[in-house]
Design a protein around this ligand. Structure first.
Ligand SMILES: [Zn+2]
Ligand SMILES: [Zn+2]
Length: 266
């Protein structure tokens, strides 16, 4: 069994064949998918992300405003997202939130304020957070460490990990799981492979981040949850464990972290 800890199957890229995509994932052994809502919190984007989770029993959802859209975060946005969390038991996390200083689609000071505010909102709702960090790793670790020190529990998932082994260790220490995406299979990704070797298997997750980051050997195609088998096989080989053990442990990490029904793994 496999779990895709981060996908975007509510996106329009999947409007024509979403049923097929979910079926192919199940056929590939994917037992759960965490669908991450993104977009304008003033639109229906997040409602759609939750609707997809409500539609398929093995799809869960997260809602939270991406750093690209931090400038759109206000009281109305927050109330809308809180309402969605309360509307469905399938919403199990808040995110993806974080910092993206590569694209800078929102001003950096706004990204930082909105990240802190969303961490506190997630804590008030008792939800783990899904973190996105690009070209802002030091700032991300600093803010998470500081914000988490106010709370007994403040864990979550560092998605599409792209940092150093040191960053991974700092995040694990404050309660985070580290999730690797298909880009770890790319030829020039030695830094990701080095980081993965520094993460204990008991703290690791895998994800597609589909429709993006399609793993080798399918690079160039639209990514989808079924393709996670390639990332799993690649990482098992890198970490010198059997593919079955790798799949089983990363799946268990996910279900235990979110306190999901262990029968999911049967
Ligand atoms: Zn992301
Ligand atoms: Zn994402």
């Amino acid at each position: 069994m496999l779990i895709d800890s981060h996908c975007h199957i509510d996106g329009e890229q999947f409007n024509d064949d979403r049923d097929e995509v979910v079926r192919r994932a199940r056929d590939a052994g994917v037992v759960a998918m965490l669908n991450i809502g993104t977009g304008d919190p003033g639109s229906d984007d997040f409602r759609k992300a939750v609707a997809v989770a409500d539609q398929y029993e093995d799809v869960f959802a997260a809602v939270g405003v991406h750093p690209h859209d931090a400038k759109l975060y206000d009281d109305a946005a927050e109330n809308h997202l809180i309402e969605l969390v309360k509307s469905s038991a399938k919403v199990i996390a808040w995110g993806e939130i974080g910092l993206d200083f590569h694209y800078d689609h929102s001003p950096r000071d706004v990204q930082i304020d909105v990240l802190r505010r969303q961490i506190r909102t997630a804590r008030a709702l008792n939800l783990p957070i899904i973190i996105h960090s690009r070209s802002a790793d030091d700032e991300t670790v600093e803010i998470l460490t500081e914000e988490c020190s106010y709370n007994e529990f403040c864990g979550g998932i560092m998605h599409c990990f792209g940092g150093t082994p040191k960053m991974a260790r700092s995040l694990i220490e404050i309660g985070f799981l580290i999730s690797f995406a298909g880009n770890i299979t790319f030829k020039n990704a030695d830094n990701l492979r080095e980081a993965a070797m520094a993460v204990p298997l008991g703290k690791m997750l895998i994800e597609t981040d589909c429709p993006f980051l399609t793993p080798v050997p399918l690079r160039g195609k639209r990514n989808e949850p079924a393709f996670i088998v390639h990332t799993a096989a690649f990482l098992a080989d890198l970490l010198k464990v059997s593919v079955d053990e790798f799949k089983e442990k990363t799946s268990r990490n996910f279900t235990e972290f979110f306190r999901l029904d262990p029968d999911l793994l049967r």
